[in-house]
Design a protein around this ligand. Sequence first.
Ligand SMILES: *Cc1c(COP(=O)(O)O)cnc(C)c1O
Length: 366
Amino acid sequence: MSTTRSQAHRSHNFSAGPAVLPLEVLEKAREELPDYRGTGSSIMELSHRGPEYMEVDARARSRLVELLGLGDDFEVMFLQGGASTQFMMAPMNFLSGDRTADYLNTGAWAKKAIKEARIIGDVHEAFSSEEGNYNRVPRDEELRMSGNPVYLHFTSNNTIFGTQHPEEPESGGVPLICDASSDFLSRPLDVKRYGLIYAGAQKNAGPSGVTLVLVRKDFLEGARTDGIPSMLQYKTHAGTMFNTPPTFGVYLVNLVLGWLQECGGLAGIERRNREKARLIYDEIDRDAFYRTPVEKESRSLMNVVFRLPSKELEKTFLKEAEARDMHGLKGHRSVGGLRASIYNACPRESVEALAGFMAEFRQKHG
Ligand SMILES: *Cc1c(COP(=O)(O)O)cnc(C)c1O
């Protein structure tokens, strides 16, 4: 089998999502594309109930179980509709008429999740950093939870604002539901505290089109089914392929999971992620030229948001970065400035190149 290395030009890709994938994964997919393991077809062209795809699917599940240490406690589902569909599906299944769900309002995605949940039932905001333009996540002692919430929903990493929960919020035993779209698999999780974890794959786990959903089995037992269309019930998808899964996406996710195992699992990748983030934050902290609106304890290891002394300089920075083959650095319009998304697959060399350019730019313009 051919193992030729890619001669492809690879840019420094800091896109917030869909985002950079490991080159090894792309090369493996290319190699296997026209003829998957001697079948004479690509994996995309094979039945989702056939042995080849069934093996890919099972492998992806078992890798997730191993990487996260899920044991036998969780159902793993590969769904569609993105994290945005989970904003609706989670409360539909778990928030019943007589109960309240608690939410942490820590960013634009969190707010969208709250909006959807309010259509379904009673929602209590246990914390909001909206007034400070979402520059931080709460400390545990700031949480104001309602009496007996059915779950506490939080966004582990706020992609747009560059904040991240340093660890799970303390919910006093209330099951956590987490939108982990932009930091899933970037570090180990204390999985026993979660009822449900969901993540659109396109930031840290694979291509767009797959949503990774993990539901703890005993939490799932309490899920509603009455009045909910089949496709939108978690129970429909537990332990079975109800309909055609996004097969090519799951195939790529499986390759990414294999790559993660080779990186030393979640502890290994967390170490790498911390080192990469430090390179950029050190540059930001060096003096007053760069600054970040994010409070230090809330800094994200995945999306580093920063500003320059003027909008003019920010424009120049972007332009010169592009000329150095660094892309995707423009901040979200609601924050402005710059954002470097440095997910798992963003190579250290790209981060070093950016940090080097930041130092050079300060020299020239500071
Ligand atoms: C990107 C993102 C979403 C939206 O995901 P879709 O898959 O586009 O629905 C939701 N939450 C977070 C934290 C995100 O980063």
